[in-house]
Design a protein around this ligand. Structure first.
Ligand code: G3P
Ligand code: MG
Length: 244
C-alpha cells in the first residue's frame, strides 16, 4: 500500500511545519506527517525547515542562536496572511504530545536537519522524546546525514531509520541495508519503477519526496511505492481514491 505523508504537514495550503499544518494533514486523512527538526540555543528540538528564521518567520538569523522560548514566540505564518498571529514554531515535544493523544495512529517522520549544522546530541534528544511519548512504532527518523542515522540506530535500534538523498547513490537499497536503515527517501526525479522493485527485493521501503504533480502521484500508486511526501495530501488522497 502506498502511504501518503503530508510534507511539513500540509505545506501547500497551510504554514509549513506548524501545528495548523500538521492538524490539517491529519484531518484530510494523510497516513503520516513529515517535519524538520533543529536544536535551539538551549538544546531543545524545535520544528522548522531552514537553519535560519528569515524565510518562514518574522525573526532573522540562525535557529541555533535563539532559546526555545524565544523561538516559539515568533510568528511562523509565512506567506499565509490569514494565519498571521496564529502560527508559531512548535517544539518537537508539542507535536509528539498531540500525536500521542490523537485517536488516529498516523505516522510521524522526523527529519533531523543535521546535514548543514552538526547539532551534537540531536539524535539522543529526539529519541528520548519519542520514547517518552511511547511513539517508537509510529516514528520514522530520517536525515541527509547518514552517519547520524547510524548513530540513531545505536541509540535505539527499535526506531526505523530512513536515508534521504537527492542523487548519485549506486544501489541505494544495498547501501541502506549496510547502514541498518529500513527505508530510503529519494528525490522524486531520481526514482524509477526499477528502484522500487529492487528495493522491495532487498526489503527496503521507498518513499520519494516531494511529489506534488498529479502524474507523478499516479505513477507512484501504479508502481506501488511504499509511500511518498507531498505538500498536497488532500489531492493525493483524492487521486488514491479515484484509482481504487
Ligand atoms: O523528508 C523529505 C523532505 O522533507 C526532504 O527535503 O528539504 O523538504 O526537508 P526537505
Ligand atoms: Mg524535510
Amino acid at each position: 500500500m502506498t502511504l501518503i505523508f503530508g510534507h511539513r504537514g500540509s505545506a501547500g495550503t497551510r504554514p509549513e511545519n506548524t501545528m495548523i499544518s500538521f492538524k490539517e494533514a491529519v484531518r484530510l486523512g494523510a497516513d503520516g506527517i513529515e517535519l524538520d527538526v533543529h536544536l535551539s540555543k538551549d538544546q531543545i528540538p524545535v520544528v522548522i525547515h531552514d537553519e535560519t528564521l528569515d524565510r518562514t518567520t518574522n525573526g532573522s538569523g540562525f535557529v541555533k542562536d535563539y532559546s526555545a522560548d524565544e523561538l516559539v514566540h515568533l510568528d511562523a505564518s509565512w506567506k499565509f496572511d490569514e494565519y498571521r498571529g496564529e502560527a508559531n514554531i512548535p517544539l518537537l515535544e508539542e507535536v509528539l504530545k498531540w500525536a500521542s493523544e490523537s485517536a488516529v495512529p498516523f505516522i510521524i517522520n522526523i527529519e533531523l536537519k543535521n546535514n548543514v549544522i552538526e547539532y551534537s546530541g540531536l539524535e539522543e534528544k529526539v529519541i528520548s522524546l519519542v520514547k517518552h511519548f511511547e511513539l517508537d512504532d509510529r516514528v520514522i527518523l530520517s536525515s541527509f546525514n547518514h552517519s547520524s542515522m547510524v548513530l540513531a540506530l545505536k541509540t535505539e535500534p527499535k526506531i526505523e531509520t530512513a536515508l534521504l538523498y537527492t542523487d548519485g547513490i549506486y544501489k541505494p537499497y544495498e547501501y541502506a541495508r549496510r547502514a541498518g536503515a529500513r527505508s530510503i527517501h529519494p528525490l522524486m526525479r531520481t526514482v524509477k519503477n526499477e528502484l522500487i522493485d529492487l528495493s522491495r527485493e532487498n526489503s527496503i521501503s521507498v518513499r520519494p519526496f516531494t511529489v506534488n504533480d498529479d502524474k507523478e502521484m499516479h505513477m507512484l500508486f501504479e508502481w506501488e511505492s511504499d509511500g511518498f511526501f507531498t505538500d498536497y495530501p488532500g489531492k493525493a488522497i483524492e487521486i488514491k481514491k479515484s484509482i481504487k
